[in-house]
Design a protein around this ligand. Structure first.
Ligand SMILES: [Zn+2]
Length: 310
């Protein structure tokens, strides 16, 4: 099983007429698509950050004037294809390597239930001590490839502390994400999705995030050997491309694409004969330090402020 997360329709969306379907990111400029509709809040947040990160990484305008031009004239199919199609084989999700948001090498780690991609699934400790009172064990077991890719991305974005060497997300565990929402230009339900995403894409001169000449593991960490964090080795924005903020990979994971069953996906209900069930995990993934994420607000500690202004 193998799909490209650029050219495969895999993100659940709503169309202008109220029906739902799937969108391939390379078709983001379709005016008929008005919203992303994942069926869990964390997956919805991940879908937004996937699209925003993708456009920021490939199509960010040089300055606010260019931003405005696109706002006025629209994103042309040609422009989007030119920017995204070269990434199609860097965003493969499947059994060959590299595979989106996973270690490039096979992991000699522990094999666990794929349900552990969701932060509310009780871990082995909770089950062992019979502590899964509210969120029951064995409720979510099999994910379709589309939901698995999104859940994997959501975990890499939001990873909570997970035991010795299991790193948190680039912004710490359970970070706050703030997005710009459009209200003032007519019916919110009918605004094309690409506009809602574009509102969150920053000009390169403001963000100090230049669109790279080429895309390698410094931007998309799954394309190369993982910068592991044994002995607390950290990864700072100086050591890799700052755009990695959108694509952080604190957890070392390999989904087992040979362990598939037929049935309906426990997350979205889709019938599939390729439901994924298990994955290998290993500690000491990337330990991010000194990062400021473009979509997260920061404040200075009070002490530092008072020193500065006293
Ligand atoms: Zn699904």
């Amino acid at each position: 099983m193998e799909l490209s997360l650029i050219t495969t329709p895999w993100l659940s969306v709503r169309f202008k007429d109220g029906t739902q379907g799937k969108l391939a990111p390379v078709d983001i400029n379709n005016d008929n698509v008005v919203d992303l509709v994942a069926n869990r809040a964390d997956l919805q947040g991940a879908a937004w950050q996937f699209m925003i990160g993708l456009l920021q990484t490939t199509l960010a305008p040089k300055d606010s004037e260019e931003w405005r031009d696109i706002w006025d004239e629209g994103l042309s199919s040609e422009k989007v294809k030119q920017a995204l199609l070269p990434l199609a084989d860097r965003f493969i999700f499947g059994e060959s390597s590299p595979s989106f948001m996973q270690d490039i090498e096979p992991l000699a780690g522990e094999s666990v239930d794929i349900a552990l991609l969701l932060p509310d699934t009780p871990g082995s400790q909770a089950i062992k001590f019979n502590k899964d009172h509210f969120i029951k064990r064995d409720v979510t077991q099999h994910f379709c490839p589309h939901c698995a890719a999104l859940a994997l991305f959501a975990l890499q974005l939001n990873a909570p502390a997970g035991g010795k060497g299991y790193r948190t997300g680039l912004r710490g565990g359970g970070p706050m994400t703030t997005l710009v929402e459009l209200h003032a230009i007519g019916d919110q339900q009918q605004i094309p999705l690409w506009r809602k995403v574009w509102a969150n894409v920053m000009p390169q001169d403001v963000s100090a995030l230049p669109v790279p000449q080429s895309y390698d593991a410094s931007v998309f960490p799954w394309l190369g050997p993982t910068r592991t964090s044994e002995k607390d080795r950290a990864t700072t924005p100086v050591q890799v491309n700052k755009l990695q903020a959108y694509w952080g990979m604190p957890r070392r994971i390999r989904i087992d694409f040979s362990d598939v069953v037929s049935g309906s996906c426990h997350l979205c209900g889709a019938i599939s004969d390729q439901l994924l069930s298990s994955m290998k995990v290993k500690n000491y993934g990337v330990k991010y330090e000194c990062w400021e994420h473009p979509l997260t607000p920061y404040r200075r500690p009070k002490k530092e402020l008072s020193e500065k202004f006293s």
